[in-house]
Structures are given as structure tokens and as C-alpha cells.
Design a protein around this ligand. Structure first.
Ligand code: NAD
Length: 478
């Protein structure tokens, strides 16, 4: 990948530059080199993309295709993604620095997102209510219209696919704006949609920054749904902008996940998942287990094993198969994560292992912090990096209180071999997803989303159907 690449917008089935020809640089965070340029979307480009998707929805075949036919088209795109999975994974790894094996895994999950939603809409059934009055009432789920989807950089392809797949499956047309940090794999997805024979305008890719590219999409009254994944702060802007034309929003936002290790946990399993939960993807996961609570009775033993496992992670070039942990995704993000780590000492915390790397890379080593006051920024804020803050607890009530004492509520994990406790605590945790004795496992039929600053609405299975369609009641006298 030595030649500098270009990622344009994909509009009406063609890859095009911005109307005024402006571009921005795309970086490789491991080598710290610019390896590509991308089209910098302006209001005029957003207008072009929305007009194209509007036309495809109002006049094109896609919303009117039979369900089985639409499923076939989406499976064809999934087939192409599978065939080109090495290329897609190479783009994600080059673009944001995650180990190549993880990128391959993410591409696999992206393919599955398309296949799942294609089949889900094909096989779904609505509700029918025979009424006592002699009427017959049933529901119908028609496409909502034009969807604007905005995605972050931490799972460039996977996060986008989680939005595009249900939007298209339910007969909508869609404009995706990937993060300005990671335009590559989503642009390639747009190219593959053209190759798969998708009608022009069904899937458009608009590259560029949040403002003006993203904000032009959310403010456009030809857009019928806005689905956004990103930070809580941006989510509030997106919601306010969409409110201007009353477009329903789905917001998947930040998190500060609690991970609770009870004294009866299977420690091998708990250590394994505690490491995955905070150090996978260099901690750049909304679902990260960034607040760890360990029962006092096992604190010393657990921590010795957890620290040793963190120190054993192989750090290096993300294309080296041995690498399990690599740099952060950008210089800007490295500076943000570093500032939290550097503030730990002054706030009274102790770094047990890790810290900011000093060899000039954008690297923060797997970092574990103890003794932080519960008001410290590193304890309260989403750092979105490989920094785990640890506390010990004495009782179930105490740890539920600690876990729930956050403005976020995306997910939580708990480790215990006591079945009653598992159900009891899972039910008391204020979070959209609770994992018991595991992490990061998804069933696409279940609701996904967050409480509080972690989001608005749920996606997945029928929850995606509610969002991406206009449900209608038909009432008939019989
Ligand atoms: P971000 O909010 O900075 O950007 C996300 C996207 O929004 C980007 O494409 C960006 O260009 C765009 N954007 C920025 N300003 C905009 C505006 N005013 N109008 C429209 N679009 C705008 O977030 P990020 O740094 O890319 O991603 C990290 C965040 O995403 C973290 O907070 C993380 O927790 C969250 N996240 C959440 C989930 C989830 O499922 N809940 C998943 C992944 C990431």
C-alpha cells in the first residue's frame, strides 16, 4: 500500500470528488504517515447525496422490491464483502491501527449484520388483532424514507454496517457519513454496493468532517431518519439538529462500563474477559469495562493475575500476527487519553501498570489505576482508551450503587458462579446490556442501546424495524 490512495464520495453509484475539489489527509496511526486523501464534503456535496437518495426512494425500485428480492441483493453485497475481506480489513488496520486479526473479525461481523437484517426483514411477520367489535386490525411496516447514518472511527466498517444493513433491508435509501479519521473501508463498501448492482442512490457515502458534512445531513428536511453512533456531546447536537424537522433519531453514544468481579467468580474466566473488556481495540470501545470493581476477599489474587495478564499483551505493529495491542487511532485521541493518564497522580490515584509510551508513538500501554477518588475525571469520564480504574467492594448493595453511579448506562459485566445473584444483580444494573461471565457477545435480535448519556432508542431485530419503518395500523370491518 505504498501509493497514496484516494477516497471520494460515492453518490449515485459513482465515486466522485467534492464539488470544489477539497480533500483532507488520512493517517496511518502506527507509522504516523499520511497514506491517503479523502474528499472533504461540504454542504453542496451533502445536498447532492441527499437529493440522490431522495430520488432513489421516491422514484426508484428499491423500496418497492419484494422482500425476498431485496434480501438477495443484500446477500450479494455480503458475498462481495466476504470475498474482499482481506482488503477491507487491511483498510481498517491501516486507517486506525487495530491488529489485523481483529479487523478480520470485525469484517466478519459486518458481513453477518447484512445477512442477518436481510433475512430478518424477509421473514418478519406483523401483528393481527381480531377485535371484539367485529373489526380486524393489523400492522404493516413500510420503509421510512431517506436515512442519514453517521458513524465513528473505532470500528469503521462494523459500526457503519450496523446502521446501513437494517436501513437498506427495510427498503430505505441511505447516506452514510463515516468518521473523518476512517473513511477507507466505508468508501470501499460504497464501491462494492455499486459492484453488487445496487440502484444508484440506494447507498451513498459522504466523506468529510462532522461539520459541515455530518451537520448538513442531520439538518436536511428531506432526511426521514437520523441514526448516529459517536460521543454523547455530538449526539446532543445531532438530536437538536434533527429536531428542526422532527426526524426521529437513534443515538448510540459513549459509555463507562462497570465490570464487577464477585468473590465466587471463576477467576480464569473473569481475568480473561476483564483484559478483553478494557484492552481489546486499545480500549477504544464504547462498551469497554473501564470501571472494575473487585470483591475485597479476592482483591489481591485477582489484581495480581489481572496486572500480569495486561503486561503479557504483545504490543506492536498491527500487521504483525503476534500483536494483540497497538497504538491509538490518531494523534488527537492519543493526546486526549494521555492527558487523563497524566492527571492520575495529581488526583491521588496510583498507576499499577502501563502509562504513556515515551518512544514517540501514539501509544498508551495497557494501564491499570487504583485508589482514584470517585470524583476524579479519569474515574468519571469516558476516556475511550486502555485505562482501567479499579475499586474494591464489600457487599452486593455497595457495588450495585457504585456501578449505577454514573451518567452513562451502556453496558455492565458481572462475574459470579451464583445463579441467583447473577439474575438479581443483572436486573438491578442501570444499563442497556449486561453480560454475565462474558463480554462482547451479541445476538442481533436483542435490543442494543444505552441509558442516560449513553443514548436514545434501541437497535437490533424488531427494535431496528420500529426505527427504520413507518409502522401503520390497518383497521377493517369484516
Ligand atoms: P464523534 O462524536 O466525535 O464523531 C462521530 C461521528 O459524528 C463522526 O463521523 C463525526 O464526523 C460526526 N460528527 C461530529 N460532529 C457532528 C455534527 N455536529 N453533526 C453531525 N455529525 C457530526 O465520536 P468519535 O470520536 O468518532 O467516536 C467515539 C465515540 O463514539 C465514543 O464516545 C464512543 O463511546 C462512541 N461509540 C458508541 C458506540 C455505541 O454503540 N454506543 C459505539 C462506538 C462508539
Amino acid at each position: 500500500m505504498s501509493e497514496r490512495q484516494f477516497f471520494g464520495h460515492v453518490i449515485d453509484g459513482k465515486e466522485v470528488p467534492s464539488a470544489d475539489g477539497t480533500t483532507f489527509e488520512v493517517w496511518n496511526p502506527w507509522t504516523q504517515e499520511v497514506w491517503a486523501d479523502a474528499a472533504e464534503g461540504a454542504a453542496e456535496d451533502a445536498d447532492r447525496a441527499v437529493a440522490s437518495s431522495r430520488r432513489a426512494f421516491d422514484e426508484g425500485d428499491w423500496p418497492r422490491l419484494g422482500r425476498a428480492e431485496r434480501a438477495v441483493a443484500i446477500h450479494k453485497l455480503a458475498d462481495l464483502m466476504e470475498e474482499r475481506s482481506d482488503e477491507l480489513a487491511t483498510l481498517d488496520t491501516t486507517n486506525m491501527g487495530k491488529p489485523f486479526a481483529q479487523s478480520k473479525h470485525d469484517v466478519g461481523r459486518s458481513v453477518w449484520n447484512f445477512r442477518f437484517f436481510a433475512d430478518h426483514q424477509r421473514d418478519h411477520c406483523g401483528e393481527v388483532y381480531p377485535m371484539d367489535s367485529g373489526h380486524h386490525s393489523y400492522s404493516e411496516y413500510g420503509p421510512a424514507g431517506v436515512v442519514a447514518a453517521i458513524s465513528p472511527w473505532n470500528f469503521p466498517l462494523m459500526m457503519a454496517s450496523w446502521k446501513i444493513a437494517p436501513a437498506l433491508a427495510w427498503g430505505n435509501t441511505c447516506i452514510i457519513k463515516p468518521s473523518e479519521d476512517t473513511p477507507a473501508s466505508v468508501t470501499m463498501l460504497g464501491r462494492l454496493a455499486t459492484e453488487a448492482g445496487f440502484p444508484p442512490g440506494v447507498l451513498n457515502v459522504l466523506n468529510g468532517h462532522g461539520r459541515p458534512a455530518g451537520s448538513s445531513l442531520t439538518a436536511d428536511d428531506r432526511v426521514d431518519r437520523v441514526t448516529f453512533t459517536g460521543s454523547s456531546t455530538t449526539g446532543k447536537h445531532v438530536m437538536a439538529s434533527a429536531a428542526g424537522h422532527l426526524a426521529p433519531v437513534s443515538l448510540e453514544l459513549g459509555g463507562k462500563g462497570a465490570n464487577i468481579i464477585f468473590e465466587d467468580a471463576d477467576l480464569d474466566n473473569a481475568v480473561h474477559w476483564a483484559v478483553e473488556a478494557i484492552f481489546r481495540n486499545s480500549g477504544q470501545i464504547c462498551l469497554a469495562g473501564s470501571r472494575l470493581y473487585v470483591a475485597a476477599a479476592i482483591y489481591e489474587e485477582f489484581m495480581a493475575r489481572f496486572v500480569a495478564a495486561a503486561e503479557a499483551l504483545v504490543i506492536g505493529d498491527p500487521f504483525d500476527p503476534a500483536t494483540k495491542f497497538s497504538s491509538l487511532a490518531s494523534r488527537k485521541h492519543f493526546e486526549k487519553v494521555s492527558s487523563y493518564v497524566e492527571g492520575v497522580g495529581a488526583d491521588g490515584g496510583k498507576v499499577l501498570t502501563g502509562g504513556v509510551d515515551e518512544d514517540g508513538r501514539w501509544l498508551v500501554r495497557p494501564t491499570i489505576v487504583a485508589d482514584l477518588p470517585l470524583t476524579a475525571p479519569a474515574y468519571c469520564d469516558e476516556i475511550f482508551g486502555p485505562v482501567c480504574v479499579v475499586n474494591r467492594f464489600e457487599s452486593e448493595d455497595e457495588v450495585v450503587g457504585l456501578a449505577n453511579d454514573t451518567r452513562y448506562g451502556l453496558n455492565a459485566m458481572l462475574f459470579t458462579e451464583n445463579l441467583s445473584r447473577a439474575h438479581r444483580v443483572a436486573s438491578r444494573l442501570r444499563a442497556g446490556t449486561v453480560w454475565v461471565n462474558c463480554f462482547f457477545i451479541r445476538d442481533l435480535r436483542t435490543p442494543f442501546g444505552g441509558v442516560g448519556d449513553s443514548g436514545v432508542g434501541r437497535e437490533g431485530g424488531n427494535f431496528s424495524r420500529e426505527f427504520f419503518t413507518e409502522p401503520k395500523a390497518v383497521v377493517m370491518q369484516i
